[in-house]
Design a protein around this ligand. Sequence first.
Ligand code: PEP
Ligand code: MN
Length: 270
Amino acid sequence: MTRPEWGPEPKYERVLGYPGPDVKDFIVLAGPCAIESPEQVRAICREIAKRGITFMRGGVFRAGTYPPERPGLQLDLLIEWKKIAVEHGLKTIVEVLDIRDIELLNPYADAFQVGARHMQDYALLIELSQVKKPVTLKRHPGSTLHEFLGAAEWLLKGGCKPILIERGSSTFMNHVRWDLCVSLIADVKLLTKLPIIVDASHGSGRCELIEPLTLAGIAAGADGFLVEVHPNPAQSLSDARQAYPLANFVHLYGRARELWQLKRNWEETC
Ligand code: PEP
Ligand code: MN
């Protein structure tokens, strides 16, 4: 009897065969949860560009748990964001929520983010993989390692080389918003050569846990980190509790980079 095509066995040959990116740089994606104003964008661009960071991430079209009261105007902000990013030599990572928006966003996005809720939106993954731009893929808070790698397989199948992001699971624990899965980072590094970064902002929901969990992720093998920063966290329109103060970014970046470098040196001498 032939086995059916579907089944519980993991099937991700492209993921397992992927030779890894050409350049193995420290990956840092920093920016606000929500793009709020040109002033906010300018302050963040100024700070992160000083550190030699390439990509600024930000939410323009938000995947909110509840519908916004004042939708609209986001495209104007996106255009402004892109303009300011270019002035600072930065590239933009824009989350895309809907397959129908890809064309509209494409001129302003140097890379696309697939948010956690869309990890298994295969139509979106197929379409995005055709755009030939970097795609960051966030793990759904309820997805397993195998489902995550299955989603990465869809992107690889279309010719796109994804960067994976671990951003925590839904959990019975109530001291955190989502629970960062450090073991998943270590296992992805054991199984594959895909780049994976740690997002301790969503992976805890608490600003004061961002540094220790970012370092934990890097110690487990993460190739970098994502952090939500804000010039004035208390005023953040979205995810204020997990907004990391922009003024402290240099400290977080320095420590994370140092640990990543140390791990890299170990790997090279082993
Ligand atoms: C985000 O990165 O701003 C975001 C909404 O994250 P997630 O999709 O992981 O919830
Ligand atoms: Mn957020």
